[in-house]
Design a protein around this ligand. Structure first.
Ligand code: NAD
Length: 482
């Protein structure tokens, strides 16, 4: 009899959402074997036929959206509108990726010699191992699984232990829509299951999303037994710059949404507010008074703005970080403590929190909190604002509020992040643009958009010589000796 673990509702931990098996290395072995066998015939299907299956998955997800959103809310603690957004991203991704099935699959190049022709084409890598976090428990698996399937791969996915049923149900929807038996496999459990998947010799590529600490472990383990293709989508410490000419009404809406949406638990959450000295006092006063009005509570209640954080351990970690910030001299303007919510016994809630007086080297400025905590930093000029925003190990998302087109253009060029917003907060990515970050946020890959297929396919360069004679390329041609 397999051992099990429970996923619980972060708003009401006494409610067990699902009881899941704790898989073993032997189960990982079986899953990889299934994926390997199914992948052989899947890869023989024409790419547009694979796309049709993915389009049908989009239809099944649309039909099951309300039910899945309810599950996301209960298992990951997202307020209902955000839980629906999580599922909607997967639906949009299905239709986007299905459309790519009829798009160009390579490039054509002129050759150095006459009667010779060069082009590239894509091929599957085989079986892809995927390891995912809990905070977008349907969207992130979809970002990985759909392009991997379109490229002709088999899949073994290890979702987070905090939201396993969301992934299980998402994969069930893929199978209901016609994904062949054995092509997509889910293994459950903790880090050791992810580690077994990472080093399995039958897994050619690992696609990981999660924290920097785990990403480092995954990448080094994969290289130890590899090399393998490893793509890493890691944490963020995202800054919003507010210049002295910004529209402050717009800024206040943006900060509240960016910092406290999803209880600050998006990799792109706004966690540093870099404000010009001329407007900082008014901005702090307005943001603090709006944040104080946020309704924190049961994510299934329609009037709730901010739901729980994922676990009581997260509450303790966030609180430790806030206390460290206060002990370093940052001023606590709002929140700064765990709170109770009506009808949510034992729920893991943390009050929306604002700290001012942070500087570039403050603990709270440099470390990802992954909770509803905003640190405010004061700057004197545009150049100082850009330097401050960039003075960070992470490089996922950034934003600037200004009405000066020159500052906006310089910022989009100079901000060292994979995503830049002008006059919008650091959250809100759309699935048809590449998603990912610089510096410690990743290792150069991008998910979604036109680049989403890259981590799941190998490029082959093909030369066809129809001259009927041996033609030597420039490097082998004696005539090229000077
Ligand atoms: P995490 O790193 O704790 O866990 C992620 C996954 O890794 C889980 O499935 C976990 O079981 C697994 N894991 C743990 N140890 C492992 C090991 N040794 N080998 C293999 N797998 C292992 O992250 P989390 O708390 O679930 O998610 C939050 C983090 O994810 C934040 O840092 C956030 O910024 C980041 N994130 C990044 C993106 C992005 O696209 N850049 C998106 C969402 C979340």
């Amino acid at each position: 009899m397999a051992m099990t673990f429970d996923s619980t509702n972060p708003a009401r931990p006494a409610e067990i959402v699902a009881s899941m098996p704790i898989h073993t290395a032997t189960d990982v072995e079986t899953a990889v074997r299934f994926a390997t066998a199914a992948q052989r015939s899947w890869a023989k299907l024409p790419v547009p036929a694979r796309g049709e299956v993915i389009a049908t998955i989009g239809e099944v997800l649309t039909r099951r959206k309300a039910e899945l959103a309810n599950l996301v809310s209960r298992e990951a603690g997202k307020i209902l509108v955000e839980a629906g957004g999580d599922v909607q991203e997967a639906i949009d991704m299905a239709h986007f990726v299905a459309g790519q099935a009829r798009n160009a699959w390579g490039t054509v190049h002129p050759c150095e010699m006459p009667e010779k022709f060069g082009f590239t084409t894509r091929h599957p890598v085989g079986v892809v191992g995927m390891i995912t976090p809990w905070n977008f428990p349907v969207a992130i698996p979809s970002w990985k699984i759909f392009p991997a399937l379109l490229a002709g791969n088999g899949v073994v996915i290890k979702p987070s232990e905090f939201a396993p049923m969301c992934c299980e149900q998402f994969v069930a929807a893929c199978i209901e829509a016609g994904a062949p038996e054995g092509l997509i496999n889910v293994v459950h459990g903790f880090g050791d299951v992810g580690a077994a998947l990472t080093v399995h010799p039958g897994v050619r590529a690992i696609s990981f999303t999660g924290s920097v600490a785990t990403g480092r472990r995954v990448a080094s383990a994969a290289m130890e037994v590899g090399p393998k293709l490893v793509s890493l989508e890691l944490g963020g410490k995202n800054a919003m710059i507010v210049m002295d000419d910004a529209d402050l009404d717009l800024v206040v809406d943006g900060v509240i949404f960016g910092a406290f949406g999803t209880s600050g638990q998006r990799c792109t959450s706004t966690s540093r507010l870099v404000a010009h000295r001329a407007i900082i006092d008014e901005l702090i006063q307005r943001v603090t008074s709006r944040a104080a009005q946020l309704m924190v509570g049961d994510p299934l209640v329609a009037t709730t703005d901010v739901g729980p954080v994922i676990t009581s351990a997260s509450v303790a970690r966030i609180h430790d970080m806030v206390q460290t910030a206060v002990s370093e001299g940052n001023e606590l303007l709002l929140g700064g403590s765990p709170i109770a919510a009506t009808g949510c016994d034992g729920g893991s809630f943390y009050a929306p929190t604002i700290l001012s007086g942070a500087h570039r080297n403050s603990f709270i400025t440099r470390n990802e909190v992954f909770g509803p905590v905003l640190a405010v930093l004061e700057v004197d000029s545009f150049d100082e604002a850009i330097e401050t925003a960039n003075d960070c190990e992470y490089g996922l998302s950034s934003s600037i509020y200004t009405r000066d087109v020159n500052h906006a253009m310089r910022a989009l060029h100079d901000l060292d992040t994979g995503i830049v917003y002008i006059n919008a907060p650091t959250i809100g990515a759309e699935i048809h643009l590449p998603f990912g970050g610089n510096k410690f946020t990743g290792n150069g890959y991008r998910e979604a958009g036109s680049r989403g297929l890259e981590q799941f396919s190998e490029t082959k360069s093909v030369y066809i010589d129809y001259s009927g004679r041996l033609q030597k390329a420039q490097i082998d041609n004696r005539d090229s000796i000077a």
